[in-house]
Design a protein. Sequence first.
Length: 419
Amino acid sequence: MKRFGIMVVEVVVLALTVVGGVLPVYAAQTGVLRANQANVRAEMVVDNQTGQILAAKNSRQAVPVASLTKLVTLYIVVQQIKSGKLQWNQRITVSKAAAGLTKDKVLMNVPLTAGKKYRVRDLFQAALVCSANDAAQALADAVSHNHPAKFAAMMRTQLQRWGIQDAKMYTANGLDNGDDGADRVAGVSKTAKDQLSARDLVVVTQHLLRADPGILKMSQQRQITFAGHQYQGSDQMLPGGAAADPAYHVLGLKTGLTKAAGQCFVGVVDVQGRRLITVVLGVPNNNQNARFTATKQLLDQVTNNYNVQRIAAHRPVRGARTIRVMNGHKHRVTVAPRKETAVWVRKGARLQKRVTALPNHAKNNQFVAPVARDQRVGTLNLTARGLRCMDGTTTIKLPVEATQSTARLSWWARLMRLV
């Protein structure tokens, strides 16, 4: 009878998981939370500061990403501006090829006229907020001097520098190669599509935010003014949008949609005081807000299955308050992290904390005296069941410094301590 009861519970749990999509599915007992939305091709959530992976599904599988390609394009534009090759207020002349996209009423565009000059900042905003394909192409033309194949090569090279070796990149705006008008890459199939994985897009977003933190101010606009007219943004998860949720403070970032890619969205979201990067790819196009609903459900899985444990800066951490000292007047000194952080810990699990001494100043994990106050003496290692980061590590590390000092014992005092 007891065994029969256990089997009934197991069957009920399995049914709820498969039918309702309510219960989380784990990759393994020690793995990260496995996202379980059957209608999403690939998805991922990562803490932007620590790189901790909170949920993932098919995250390394390269798939068509539609307009999410523009994140790479915009990164290259930011780098061009930082290097002085472009300026935000510079006016660039739009080519016939880029202006030609404007005529396609099916595509997301802003009105561009061939031969007319437009500000880089205005084109950048249109590509980011409104997902304007012609604006993204105009920027790429300015960078590559109207050589689309050259710009595609620049995109691939940039991705390779970040360790993304298998990306397929053909267009600056995410359209199929054949839909990019006169700017399509010659010698490549018209059906060729830009392809990245969910993990790749997290990497791209991290680099973009690092290169230009101010991009989030731009991405929070629900509408922009371009050439004297107002255009609505495509991110409906922003506050006031049709898919906004008061539980999650969305700061942007980029939508994507083609028939092959389905609905896609990369989001930057503040949750419980932490900034998360979310990715959903290949959401069926059954309603205009499907990608945002999928993002909300992904965030729900994270918040329902994790607690945030915060580590304050300059305050000793319970369970890792001291470090052992060799040949010092004090056997131990109190230590504290130099900066704050937080760890997402699976509910029911424990955060493990351990301080290790700096190897070049240590012997048998003891810091060799003398120790000065505020001196870097070691590392606080934070681990928990299922913790995994983007760099492949399973530990979040913080530098720790001594909050008190101790002098080195004389040779005589050291000898007496041994007696």
